[in-house]
Design a protein around this ligand. Structure first.
Ligand SMILES: [Zn+2]
Length: 393
């Protein structure tokens, strides 16, 4: 029988830094020996990939622990799971200026994302780390680079770090189990950014219309019918809202904050964000899937959508940003032609053209104010970059 372990997480707190735009890792041990070079290399492989995918405008500081995590209270009954790892934001932020269209009022943003969207809001001296990750040293891990080296009963360390970093970057819901009420609850007064995208089936009302607890909330959160209604994630999922893990029995640390178990096919990279991992080749991912990238774009990150991260991600500038009348797009690349598409936050295409050359100015004076996503697809390589800009009046 193949054993599966839960990839638990804590949907609490995390954050990022400001200069080079990298994922900067501090290595800790709860007890025992320090991180080996192989262990650090395995962690940094995942950190580097997120740097490439998100091209953050500030350093993302991660506090990483490798120590014994024997058990974790895994559900609403007496069952316990052995975890591979868990992660959380070190802090959540809200109360951004109401004039800033990037933020939804009364909503918590994970620190790394909050700083990306509004760097002035966060002082590095008050928040040394954006994300804290705990990896279980008592698991049998593979720390190597190549798939060919992994043993049949080993878990891939880099894969699990990739997964946990996603939680710290914003892939987490405020929904959790309340042992006093013996029922799932969520932050109704100040939901997390992800919560505002959670809908039942094709419903028109997101979960934040529900009370914090009670029968309607329990029924919703354990309906096994929840979907993520982000325009980018849906677009990357063939036009369908991707399904969220919401089993009929609440699983603490897993429910709501993952894609549904078995929703994606066995080799699909979006399987990375399912709540459980198997051994070796059943769960070996070195890249973040496109639907998960779409999710990150929907909650506010700039995202490289294709797997060719190095091709255009860091060579595109949008300015001024915010902009009132003209959006300038500068591409430091001689490859030539790009498909340019600009979409509103609801996914409506507002501009589409094939462009060549290094710079283009688009008049946006008559556009509604708000957040837009600029998609640039290299016509030759197919690599794509999605960046946000703000139209103001
Ligand atoms: Zn997880």
């Amino acid at each position: 029988m193949k054993t599966k372990y839960n990839l638990a997480f804590l949907s609490i707190l995390m954050y990022l830094g400001l200069n080079a735009g990298i994922v900067d890792v501090t290595y800790n041990t709860g007890s025992g020996s320090s991180w080996s070079q192989a262990q650090k290399a395995a962690f940094e492989r995942a950190a580097k990939h997120w740097t490439d995918v998100l091209t953050p405008n500030h350093d993302i500081r991660v506090n990483a622990y490798l120590h014994n995590l024997y058990v974790f209270h895994g559900s609403n009954d007496s069952s316990w799971f052995r975890v591979l790892g868990y992660a959380s934001a070190d802090q959540l932020y809200r109360d951004f200026p109401s004039s800033d269209p990037q933020f939804v009022a009364n909503t918590f943003y994970h620190a790394a994302l909050a700083q990306k969207l509004n760097g002035n809001a966060i002082s590095s001296s008050t928040l040394p780390y954006h994300i804290t990750i705990h990896m279980n040293s008592s698991q049998k891990w593979y720390f190597g680079e190549h798939f060919s080296g992994i043993g049949p009963k080993e878990y891939d360390f880099t894969t699990v770090v990739l997964h946990e970093l996603a939680h710290g970057l914003g892939f987490s819901s405020s929904a959790r189990y309340d042992s006093t009420l013996s029922a799932p609850v969520y932050n109704a007064a100040t939901p997390y950014s992800m919560d505002r995208f959670v809908y039942k089936n094709l419903g028109a009302v997101d979960m934040t219309s529900l009370p914090a607890s009670g029968s309607s909330t329990t029924s919703f959160l354990t309906s096994n019918s929840l979907y993520f209604k982000g325009s980018e994630a849906s677009s990357q999922n063939g036009g369908n809202r991707p399904k969220i893990y919401a089993p009929s029995s609440w699983v603490q640390g897993s429910s709501l904050s993952h894609w549904d178990l078995g929703y994606f096919g066995s080799l699909n990279k979006d399987k990375l964000m399912e709540p459980q991992a198997g051994f070796a080749n059943s769960h070996f991912f070195r890249q973040v899937g496109k639907v998960t990238r779409g999710f990150m774009s929907d909650i506010g990150w700039d995202v490289t959508m294709s797997v060719n991260e190095n091709s255009i991600a860091k060579r595109i500038k949008l300015f001024p940003n915010p902009s009132v009348s003209n959006l300038n797009i500068y591409i430091d690349d001689d490859v030539g032609k790009y498909q340019l598409r600009i979409r509103s936050i609801t996914g409506k295409v507002c501009y589409e053209n094939e462009i060549s050359g290094n710079q283009i100015a688009i008049p946006i004076e008559n556009w509604n104010s708000g957040v837009y996503t600029v998609e640039l697809i290299n016509s030759k390589t197919g690599s794509a970059q999605h960046q946000k800009f703000i139209k103001t009046n």
